[in-house]
Ligand binder design. Structure first.
Ligand code: SF4
Length: 237
């Protein structure tokens, strides 16, 4: 797609021209897309949960065109990008510009993820696996979410795309025993990341009152997960 054709419209809430945080090992522009079907109480980006209005992506694509030589790719995050009807078009535009994409997703839209993977529109996927199946719907507020995410996990592993699975360690929806269970369900995956819960900012103010797991407990849990797939901790001090 050339910038002279119509650029896709998406619920772009913000973007950063360059960051080293959103795509580990790369300098990437980051695009934040608002709107998410889930309502995780611990959500660290509460401003991005409600869908904003769709924006013309021309200014974003023009900026990326100028910076193409300075960045290694584009990280698309949210909110939940696969819930935006304009995402496929944006990914196609970025592919045409020669910019690799990392997609952050909660796995709630496996049918969209399947098309993205089939069309090889992303180089890497970071997929949230939030809890064990029996607690998923209560956590997200969406019936059937565990099944949707399980389907997304299978799609990602089967696609051969670079990927990581991520769990935010919020004790309101997880016990320490759950981490090895989740890891077992991810066997065959490339990498599992357990992220420390950050109580500073949450969608539900009550979620912030939940005491995070200790570093020691998470370190031991991660070591048990290693039996199933390579596991790392993030944000644990
Ligand atoms: S943490 Fe939950 S509510 Fe927040 S953006 Fe991610 S999936 Fe949506």
């Amino acid at each position: 797609m050339s910038l002279t054709t119509t650029a896709p419209r998406l619920r772009i809430a913000a973007w950063q021209p360059a960051s080293m945080l959103d795509w580990p090992g790369r300098i990437a522009a980051t695009v934040f897309v608002s709107g998410c079907p889930f309502r995780c109480p611990y959500c660290h980006n509460p401003d991005l949960v409600a869908p904003g209005s769709a924006q013309d992506s021309t200014p974003l694509l023009e900026l990326l065109a100028v910076r193409r030589g300075w960045i290694d790719g584009v990280a698309i995050t949210g909110g939940e990008p696969t819930a935006d009807p304009g995402l496929m078009e944006l990914l196609a535009a970025l592919r045409d510009m020669g910019l690799p994409v990392k997609l952050d997703t909660n796995g709630s839209r496996p049918e969209v993820l399947e098309r993205i993977l089939e069309e090889r529109l992303v180089e890497m996927v970071a997929l949230d696996v939030k809890t064990v199946p029996e607690r998923y719907d209560a956590l997200t507020g969406v019936a059937g979410s565990a099944e949707a995410v399980a389907r997304s996990v299978d799609l990602v592993i089967g696609s051969g795309v670079r990927h990581e699975f991520r769990t935010t360690a919020w004790p309101g929806s997880l016990t320490i025993e759950d981490f090895p269970r989740i890891a077992r369900a991810l066997a065959g995956g490339e990498r599992y990341v357990i992220q420390q819960f950050r109580p500073e900012r949450t969608l539900d103010p009550d979620a912030a009152a939940v005491l995070p797991f200790s570093a020691d407990a998470l370190t031991k849990a991660a070591s048990r997960c290693e039996a199933h797939l390579p596991t790392t901790l993030r944000g644990v001090r």
